[in-house]
Write a protein that binds this ligand. Structure first.
Ligand SMILES: C[S@@+](CC[C@H](N)C(=O)[O-])C[C@H]1O[C@@H](n2cnc3c(N)ncnc32)[C@H](O)[C@@H]1O
Length: 221
């Protein structure tokens, strides 16, 4: 099995199961043209996030790591009536592109982009008494354990927490790795394992974005 097969299978599933979507196609094009790195979720992964948020009937979604807003749009489209999504992004340039994309998708009224290092902006959300029923962690991986701590503080009972890119081509099993991203993901998994507030699993995936995976859990009621 190789990357070509994984990509062909993704293209097949996407052609069957994901309706042609002019807005998301334009968003992907705009992100590439602006020179954003192609590290957004794949269309079938975006749809998975969308379906999970719909299953949850989410009204308050938090995303850590906006990039150009591709996953933001998938998630915001899943919001229940009157729902809101807050997305946190460090780079002003990324946030600016995301802002335009979110307007393009007609979601400006339900999406708020907060610019800054997430570890600086998350405490403001807590101070404002905001809580969330669905949280997607997809920013700088070395900070993953801190993001999980914040996600747990900001979660409503029963909230769903999803963390992306936890397999990293299998390197997650390398405890001696000196890569801070691998160590961040391993600490994130350790915290999921020991924190009594959340019940979780992790899944490895192959596809157009290579070999990786995601972790997800439910915050106990
Ligand atoms: C993997 S990309 C997000 C992709 C996006 N979720 C999607 O699928 O369309 C990670 C993003 O996190 C942002 N980021 C990195 N460090 C951050 C930090 N400390 N606080 C907030 N955002 C950060 C990066 O600038 C980048 O835009």
């Amino acid at each position: 099995m190789d990357q070509k097969t994984w990509t062909d299978v993704d293209v097949y599933f996407e052609s069957k199961l994901i309706k042609e979507d002019k807005v998301l196609e334009e968003v992907s094009r705009a992100n590439l043209t602006a020179g954003l790195p192609p590290i957004d979720v794949a269309p079938n992964q975006g749809k998975l996030l969308h379906l999970l948020a719909r299953m949850k009937k989410s009204k308050n979604i938090l995303e850590i790591g906006t990039l150009g807003g591709y996953s933001t749009i998938w998630l915001a489209r899943a919001l229940a009536e009157g729902g809101r999504l807050v997305t946190l992004e460090y780079e002003e340039k990324h946030a600016e592109i995301a802002r335009k994309n979110i307007i393009r998708a007609g979601l400006a009224d339900s999406v708020e982009i907060i610019v800054g290092a997430a570890l600086n902006t998350l405490p403001h959300l807590l101070a404002q008494g905001r809580t969330f029923d669905f949280i997607f962690i997809d920013a700088d991986k070395p900070n993953n354990p801190h993001y999980l701590e914040w996600a747990l503080k900001l979660s409503q009972p029963g909230a769903v927490i999803v963390g992306d890119n936890v397999v990293r081509q299998g390197c997650v099993t390398d405890g001696g790795s000196d890569d801070p991203k691998i160590q961040g993901v391993r600490e994130f998994i350790d915290l999921l394992a020991r924190d009594p507030r959340i019940d979780s699993t992790a899944i490895q995936t192959v596809g157009s974005k290579g070999y990786d995976g995601f972790a997800m859990g439910i915050v106990k009621e």
